[in-house]
Write a protein that binds this ligand. Structure first.
Ligand SMILES: [Zn+2]
Ligand SMILES: [Zn+2]
Length: 342
């Protein structure tokens, strides 16, 4: 044992000496750089692939970006909502964005849209071949027009620095696409359907359903449990649904009242009216007949084991509590759903 200990010490000392030299650091830096630029997430896969780029909500939580669900059908990438920090989750998990076709906005609350400029810039840099389209309800043209205007100086600096060949200017300007409920995209085997949900007073607010080669994924957006979603999600393979924990929200409200913080108390008294309560989602999953229920957009996000248990106590046992970086793979023409932990 003594000999083994000496050997470990000797190897440690040699490694420390290696890092202490300029050539040693250069070797390690080169290795780290190779790993950083290696492509990731683009392996050949035919089916629907869902990457959780944001599972949080406006209530900040370490390790969770604001809402973002990236759906790849074949090679085409669509992103449902892009909240703050969500592009960073893509980048950290090496999810390429050059195949990004569109951002599909569920509604115009800040937590669903403020990350859109990051997706636009980074997919432009990544070699996206067409302008980024942003689909959304009435008001999306104001949102996208405002982003385009506010970020004009940034685009000009990027082009001046890297050149028009690398960054064709017209590919940096986003295109708004105002949509109504119904089929909003059809092609290459993929159908995307928008449907109305109930996030009153936010109107309109949509969810999206993806159908590709016999597989289907539904993303609720922000909504209470509503019949329009039940119809749209009927028979789907995977339902990703907004979730609110009433016991946790009520506990925060009572604590805020006791601490004489009436503004916080009022916010927490208001929010249960426009998100789906965890206790209602089991019934919803049964009625729709979905193969798998997964929750995201937690109100509030669970930050410890106790909060997670409170969520689980109200949800069916097989519900997936998503985390940023989680992947669902639904191979074409099969019934399998693979859940890959981050
Ligand atoms: Zn909302
Ligand atoms: Zn939200």
């Amino acid at each position: 044992m003594a000999l083994l200990g000496l050997l470990v010490l000797a190897v440690g000392a040699a490694a420390w000496y290696f890092v202490g030299t300029a050539s040693g650091r250069a070797v390690l830096l080169a290795q780290a750089a190779r790993e950083a630029v290696a492509g990731g997430g683009g392996a050949e896969f035919d089916g629907l692939r869902v990457f959780l780029c944001g599972t949080g909500s406006p209530l900040a939580s370490p390790g969770r970006a604001q809402p973002c669900v990236a759906v790849t059908a074949g090679t085409a990438l669509y992103v449902v909502d892009a909240g703050a920090g969500s592009h960073a989750t893509m980048q950290l998990q090496r999810q390429p964005t050059r195949h990004l076709r569109a951002v599909l906005v569920t509604h115009l609350h800040t937590d669903h849209v403020t990350g859109i400029p990051d997706f636009n810039l980074m997919s432009w840099v990544d070699g996206r071949p067409a302008p980024l389209e942003v689909y959304g309800p009435d008001g999306v043209d104001r949102l996208v027009g405002g982003f385009n205007e506010a970020l004009a100086p940034d685009r000009s600096y990027r082009v001046a620095h890297h050149g028009m060949r690398l960054l064709p200017p017209k590919l940096g300007v986003m295109v708004p696409v105002r949509i109504e409920p119904g089929i909003v995209h059809e092609g290459d085997g993929l159908t995307i359907t928008a449907f109305a949900v109930d996030h009153s007073p936010v109107e309109p607010a949509f969810g999206y359903r993806f159908d590709y080669r016999g597989r289907s994924v539904v993303v609720s957006g922000d909504t209470v449990v509503t019949e329009s979603l039940e119809q749209a999600a009927a028979g789907a393979d995977l339902l990703l649904h907004d979730v609110l924990s009433l016991p946790i929200v009520r506990a925060v409200e009572e604590a805020a009242l006791a601490a004489d913080r009436p503004r916080v108390a009022q916010i927490f008294a208001d929010i249960p009216s426009y998100h789906a309560h965890a206790s209602e989602l089991g019934g919803l999953a049964l009625r729709t007949g979905v193969r798998m229920l997964a929750v995201y957009h937690y109100v509030p996000p669970p930050q410890n084991a106790v909060m997670e248990m409170v969520y689980r106590s109200e949800l069916p046992d097989d519900t997936i509590l998503t985390r940023d970086g989680m992947v669902f793979e639904l191979p074409a023409a099969s019934t399998e759903i693979r859940v890959v932990e981050p």
